[in-house]
Design a protein around this ligand. Sequence first.
Ligand code: AMP
Length: 220
Amino acid sequence: MPELNLVLLGPPGSGKGTQGERLNDDLRLPYYATGDILRGAVRDATELGKSAKEYMDRGDLVPDEVIVGVIAERIDSEEAKDGFILDGFPRTTPQAEALDAKLVELGRAVTAVLLIDVADEEVVRRLGGRRTCEAEGHVYHVEFNPPKVEGVCDVDGSPLIVRDDDQPDVIRRRLDTYHEKTEPLVSYYEGKGVLKRVDGERDPAQVTEELRGLLGSLRS
Ligand code: AMP
């Protein structure tokens, strides 16, 4: 079976996390979401968390040198030898170049970049209603995907909170950052012939089906 080295790309709130979890179930590949890794580090007050927290609270990106090593180490691990799914990385051109350099060192390359396209207004609507489980980061939406009991995670019973960076002014800032720093990666990966674009404004199940179709054709 050929290896699958996948990148999920798209603005905050495009559904990368939801789709990533589903692909993870399908493909049984390790799933590395840098936002989750960083939030875990902040929670555990590790050195990584301490260097990341102030940037995250403002809706800014953490410096490239803080995050690149974290991902390079995971990609270069036994569990990722058949491939991986990256969510939230790379987010800048230097990060994309660092990822390429690491993969070249390992004799590998990015197989596909799955761009989940969603307009800004839809992002604001989605993130404004997002609620996140405090313990494990399970994600809900007050309108589109409410928990069975208001304010409580279905999976582990922990409280649901509004992430600091899902506050309205921070959402705007994250979108600006996306357009300025991350969107250039669309042409970067188009130039390499690995970009696959899907319309992320449809029902999540339809998005999943389209992604599965794309990945099926990549694997065969
Ligand atoms: P996310 O959950 O992917 O929206 O990430 C939440 C926050 O973590 C972002 O707003 C950034 O502050 C930080 N972050 C996550 N991934 C990266 C990355 N690849 N580069 C820099 N900062 C990141």
